[in-house]
Design a protein around this ligand. Structure first.
Ligand SMILES: [Zn+2]
Length: 597
């Protein structure tokens, strides 16, 4: 992919109104030349969050989040650097220029732009056809029967593909697109006789859009009896990659990051129906199985993922697969229990608009879901049958750290098996399978620990962003990396990553070995996060000082715990000096009362 030119990135940074962008997430008030408000990154009651519209920087004196308009969107909306630049370019009307590696690269980009244009035009055609044509009456009736109103359907761009063989084909050719482009966009295909015809016919069309709302392809639902298969997706194309997209992502993203919770359902119509009922943090996987890439996308949106899949066997298996993809990502997985044979759409129709929200509020832990999946319908008629049940439960429970939740599940099982608990516990003991433990523990910490785990995860995310800023910034970045110490970083792997990057600064990903997959993954992620554009000196300094302040905070706590009051005093002084320096950089006095937030 060609890189956005650094010139364009400067233009976007200059054009973007950082106050306006941040206002979308928290209310800001002017104080002199600055703006302050409640921090959008942590919970607080007195404002410690400050924005400098001149320097185009933000900083929180409570949690040390800080950076520029690009890092803000990366952090708050879970965007990649490139996506943040593109989104702001759209919003502030900046035409992006690209550093073309060669002419072929430029040509490929132009070709892709053409495909996006063709797909957007076609989506518009389908959408008009749904509402205007007599042929689509049955489709309209079906959608109405699912409880979907016109407004919601229009927001998602739902349309209808005519039954004729060549409506899209001929109109696209008339607009100047080529047969090759139609095929490349996945809209036309060749028959056995060699003739070209429309790929989608007599189907309800759900546009699959990326995070920016660009149409990448379509999911298409049959409308006629006997029309097979029931669902067809765009096949793999230049712009649509299977297993990458989530339906509804463009509309759900901001809501999901704000709520720190995202709901995953199975059907396109479920997403639209829930959206209509006021639950907007909802997306659908395409097909039942969520891929690793989709799970990674979910992890960027929110920490809590609610799975609302059908109660049938395939839905249950799909959820178990999500768990393995989620392992090690620090996600909290929960399961929304749906009545048999009902999807969220049915539920809303039959039990009213609040019915789903109520069930989502009662979502159960993944552990409970797993235990119930084993127990439901299990044969408990003989001792041998009970042994088989125990064998299936053992791996489920073995990886879970002791907690009230785990005890409760063990009690339930003891009850069902009619075994005394003290006999059951040793039967369930077994070393945890490798790779399962972390996920199990992250997921089943009691609520208080989960909150601090969330804070830790936020801290670590910020550390990764700072490392990426260093990678972006050449010699200056290298100096900041050298100034960092292990104490600034909260995990072992990040410490190793810093050491590695410092040692291999010019080409950090070269020479990474499979022997240390954890290091390889973290370093690659940091390098991918790094932009092609050097970060400004003040942004680096504010970032560094934020980490420094956190380090001092932790050291102060340690000193206090060791009753080394002299040291505690020195550290406290040092910390206020750092706070002052940051305040000076931000051109403002720190807000009283924000300490220790
Ligand atoms: Zn904060």
């Amino acid at each position: 992919m060609s890189r956005i030119s650094s010139d364009s990135i400067d233009k976007v940074r200059a054009a973007a109104d950082i106050v306006e962008v941040i206002q979308g997430h928290t209310e800001l008030r002017r104080r002199g030349g600055r703006f302050t408000g409640l921090c959008p990154f942590h919970d607080e009651r007195t404002p410690s969050f400050s924005v400098d519209p001149g320097a185009k920087l933000y900083y929180c004196f409570g949690c040390q989040a800080g950076g520029d308009v690009f890092t803000f969107l990366q952090e708050k909306e879970g965007l990649e650097f490139r996506e943040a630049v593109e989104q702001l370019a759209d919003r502030y009307g900046v035409d992006l220029g690209f550093d073309e590696d060669d002419a072929a690269d430029a040509e490929r980009r132009r070709a892709r732009e053409r495909l996006y244009e063709l797909l957007a035009k076609t989506a518009g055609f389908y959408a008009r056809y749904l509402w205007d044509s007599g042929e689509a009456a049955k489709a309209r009736a079906y959608l109405e029967g699912r409880g979907l109103g016109r407004e919601g359907l229009e927001q998602f761009g739902v349309g209808y593909a005519p039954s004729a063989w060549d409506r899209v084909l001929t109109s696209a050719l008339r607009s100047g697109f080529t047969e090759a482009e139609l095929q490349a966009a996945g809209l036309a295909q060749r028959g056995r006789q060699g003739g070209l015809y429309d790929r989608f016919r007599a189907r309800i069309m759900f546009p699959l859009r990326d995070a920016r709302g660009r149409v990448l392809g379509f999911g298409a639902r049959a409308t006629r009896a006997g029309q097979q298969p029931k669902y067809v997706n765009t096949s793999e194309t230049e712009v649509y990659r299977k297993g990458r997209s989530l339906f509804g992502l463009d509309l759900a993203r901001a809501h999901a990051t704000r709520a720190d919770e995202v709901i995953v359902v199975e059907g396109y119509t479920d997403v639209i129906a829930l959206h209509q009922a006021g639950m907007r943090n909802v997306v659908a996987a395409m097909g039942t199985a969520l891929t690793d890439e989709q799970v990674a996308e979910l992890a960027r949106l929110a920490r809590v993922v609610l799975l609302a899949f059908d109660a049938d066997r395939s839905g249950q298996e799909a959820m178990l697969r999500v768990q393995s993809a989620a392992a090690g990502r620090g996600l909290v997985l929960k399961v929304v229990r749906l009545p048999d044979d009902k999807d969220p759409c049915d539920l809303l129709l039959e039990e009213g608009p609040d019915s789903f929200a109520t069930r989502a509020g009662e979502a159960i832990s993944f552990l409970q879901f797993q235990v119930e999946s084993v127990m439901d319908g299990a044969d408990l008629s003989s001792a041998a049958a009970k042994d088989r049940v125990l064998a299936r439960l053992r791996p489920v429970l073995a990886g879970v750290a002791p907690s009230a939740e785990r005890d409760e599940q063990v009690r339930q099982v003891a009850d069902r098996l009619a075994l005394p608990e003290h006999l059951l516990v040793p039967l369930l003991e077994q070393p945890a399978p490798a790779g399962r433990t972390a996920a199990g523990m992250a997921e089943r910490r009691p609520a208080r620990a989960a909150v601090s785990a969330g804070a830790a995860a936020r801290g670590e995310r910020w550390e990764r962003i700072f490392l990426a800023m260093c990678v972006s910034s050449g010699e200056r970045g290298r100096e900041y990396l050298a100034r960092l110490s292990d104490e600034h970083l909260s995990s072992e792997v990040l410490r190793r990553a810093r050491a590695w990057i410092l040692e291999h600064f010019d080409s950090p990903t070269a020479g990474l070995s499979d022997a240390d997959p954890q290091l390889a993954q973290v370093v690659s992620e940091i390098v991918v996060r790094a932009s092609s554009e050097p970060v400004s000196q003040p942004a680096l300094e504010v970032g560094f000082l934020g980490l420094e302040r956190r380090r001092l905070e932790a050291a102060t706590k340690l000193a206090a715990a060791a009753e080394d009051f002299q040291r505690q005093h020195e550290l406290t002084l040092e910390r206020s000096r750092v706070t002052e320096t940051i305040a000076k950089l931000m051109g403002e006095e720190p807000t009283v009362g924000s300490e220790g937030a």
